[in-house]
Design a binder for this molecule. Structure first.
Ligand code: 8YV
Length: 323
């Protein structure tokens, strides 16, 4: 049987690339450079399956070709707001993602950011490495206590719940939830959580706010200047979801003017570019989109893509079809 022609857009963990090469007629992006829109149009004409990542901006222009050979887009990642689903649908392409396997590691990174910014870990490390630590004193680099504080979670899917698990059962935090649909009482009870009706209702009650909702047009600038103004002056914002969920310019202004306590970001509006004003904010911790970046999780993500694409070409329903 002729093997389907498959392209993966960035280098993947070696073990997954090897398995993919056994199963498919595989093409790798050896240079591991982000592909352009023109590269994708050419790929859609030449491959049976294309496996993109978050660095691939597959907007309407990427699907602007008369006829595509590609039948399935096996996205490496759970978020798929970088893919124009209408364009994919027009060409009859199925789209799959990789849920579940990255929930723990993404929640771990959200906890990392929350602890780092509250306990001033980034600032402390910078001071020490700069040779500026004058020694212990009772008033040195005083931070904010995390244990027992109130955490607001926007988006209570798999990652939001993994965050609640850690925060409530590990740190004794009180959990408040805002989600577009109602969460079952038994799910909330697992984390001692209470669901509130709106973002506006949530913000004034949080010591920490962690975002776990999808990106895309629906949540563009969900956290904007008006909503930042509803946060407490000593509250912290954590974003491991998607950059576009937060208005970065408004956040930089709120941080610079100390209208909120601080922030921790793993995702940005224009990755890998960072809004210049954020660079000057000491009360901000930034990571280069490391949410799922562990060997175990990146391998699991790759194998999950393989499972989806294999199912598709075996004539079965891919387990994680999103469109
Ligand atoms: C990935 C993520 O590293 O899965 C996602 O949606 O944000 C990260 O875990 C990256 O986006 C993969 O495309």
């Amino acid at each position: 049987m002729v093997k389907p022609k498959v392209l993966i857009s960035r280098r993947w963990p070696e073990a997954v690339e090897r398995s993919m090469a056994d199963r498919f007629d595989l093409t790798l992006n050896e240079a591991d450079r982000p592909m352009t829109v023109a590269d994708f149009r050419a790929a859609f004409a030449a491959f049976d399956a294309v496996c993109p990542t978050v660095t691939d901006k597959l907007g309407p222009d990427a699907f602007d070709l008369p006829q595509a050979r590609t039948k399935v887009l096996g996205n490496f990642g759970v978020g798929f707001s970088h893919i124009d689903l209408e364009g994919a649908k027009r060409h009859g392409m199925a789209v799959t993602n990789t849920p579940d396997v990255l929930s723990d590691c993404t929640a771990d990174i959200a906890m990392t950011l929350m602890l780092m910014v509250a306990r001033r870990a980034g600032e402390g490390e910078r001071e020490l490495r700069a040779g500026e630590w004058a020694g212990w004193r009772p008033t040195h680099m005083i931070g904010t206590k995390v244990s027992g504080a109130t955490l607001g979670i926007i988006g209570f899917g798999r990652i939001g719940q993994a965050m609640a698990q850690r925060a409530h059962h590990g740190f004794g935090m009180k959990i408040l939830v805002q989600n577009r649909s109602p969460i079952a009482a038994e799910v909330l009870a697992r984390y001692g959580a209470r669901q509130v009706g709106s973002v506006e209702e949530l913000l004034p009650d949080c010591d920490f706010l962690s975002l776990h909702c999808p990106g895309g047009a629906a949540n563009l600038h969900l956290i904007n200047a008006e909503r930042l103004a509803l946060m407490r002056r000593d509250a912290f914002l954590i974003n491991t979801a998607r950059g576009e969920v937060v208005d970065e310019a408004a956040l930089a202004a709120a941080l610079a003017e100390h209208r909120i306590g601080g922030a921790g970001l793993d995702v940005f509006e224009r990755e890998p570019q960072i809004t210049a004003a954020l660079m000057d904010c000491p009360n901000l911790v930034m990571l280069p989109h490391l949410g799922s970046a562990t060997r175990a999780t990146r391998e699991a993500m790759g194998f999950r893509v393989m499972e989806n694409v294999s199912a598709f070409f075996d004539g079965k329903a891919p387990p994680d079809r999103v469109a």
